[in-house]
Write a protein that binds this ligand. Structure first.
Ligand code: SF4
Length: 118
């Protein structure tokens, strides 16, 4: 009986107070935001030699597009103004939906290019 009371007392005292809980929730949220941002910036760059990239004619600089192989390319098409570019147009690199979230160069291009709506 005395042991039960001691155990209950321990459990009640071990539980964090409401104030401590309310202090921990924003801190945990901040950690998640920072972790998520870091994960996004750590995505690898698409390699032009990757089979999927090569098949789509991806180049990190649209000036190097093989125009004979990809005649639909026309300046000023490039990744930063493509609908599938998941970063602001001013960002030097950004994740691309075609490449599973891997980073592509803003000045790059591939044959899956879709212009952003005006
Ligand atoms: Fe660039 Fe768009 Fe091709 Fe992705 S789909 S590599 S953003 S041109």
């Amino acid at each position: 009986m005395l042991e039960d009371q001691a155990l209950i007392s321990f459990k009640v005292n071990a539980m964090p107070s409401r104030r401590v809980f309310l202090q921990l929730v924003p801190a945990a949220g901040a950690v998640l935001v920072v972790t998520g941002a870091r994960a996004q910036t750590q995505a690898p760059m698409v390699d032009e030699k990757d089979p999927q990239a090569a098949a789509l004619g991806y180049v990190a600089d649209a000036k190097r597009v093989d125009k004979a192989k990809f005649p639909k390319y026309a300046p000023p098409q490039h990744c930063a103004v493509c609908q599938l570019y998941q970063a602001p147009a001013t960002a030097p690199t950004g994740p691309c939906a075609i490449f599973g979230g891997k980073q592509v160069a803003g000045p790059g291009w591939c044959s899956a290019y879709v212009p952003k709506p005006a």
